[in-house]
Design a protein around this ligand. Sequence first.
Ligand code: COA
Length: 182
Amino acid sequence: MSGPLVRAAQLVDAPDIARVHVEAWRETYAELVDEAFATSFGRTDRLEQWMRVFSDASPADVFVAEVANEIVAFASAGPVAHRWPGFDSELYTLYVLRAFHGRGIGRALVAAAGMRLRQRGRPSTVVAVLRQNENARRFYERLGAREFGTYELNDEGRDLPHVMYGWKDLGSIEGQTTKRPE
Ligand SMILES: CC(C)(COP(=O)(O)OP(=O)(O)OC[C@H]1O[C@@H](n2cnc3c(N)ncnc32)[C@H](O)[C@@H]1OP(=O)(O)O)[C@@H](O)C(=O)NCCC(=O)NCCS
């Protein structure tokens, strides 16, 4: 089987990114939060969100990973959305469909985003992770991120505590890819 192709995304990819976003969100948050939260996330809204990212002069860089010509994962990153002293960029989103976990795709996407952020002069990066998302936390720790703070979010009465992780230079994880998909 061929390995994943990681490439910069463009407007034409928006429907596939929205599909992966909704599917991976549901796979992740039905277990970690609740079913209603997981299913409140609709495809139409996501498509609008991603069309906006590509249409406006959005500062976000978006990358997708393809396996057998199908988009199975994506990541986006850009200037830090909240002020975190000492950090100038943020990993906004990272989703890999569950069927493709553990093949090095998440790492490859973060590495691509990190290289781009470094090129843009924004090497120090934060990511906010739902506290109970242990898998993502272990993954970021494996990629060398350090926990440095917390961030409290409330969504329609739900407390969604987040843990902040940071890298001084996210571009430095490039080249550490060890796994190839079978
Ligand atoms: C978290 C996520 C992005 C990881 O992507 P992935 O493609 O499965 O991870 P990779 O295969 O690239 O793993 C990279 C390294 O992290 C390690 N890792 C990944 N998940 C791990 C876990 N749950 N526990 C311990 N280590 C883990 C891998 O073993 C690998 O280490 P190695 O290369 O030294 O062996 C993916 O599981 C995902 O999309 N989850 C659902 C959505 C989500 O939670 N997104 C993050 C929101 S902030």
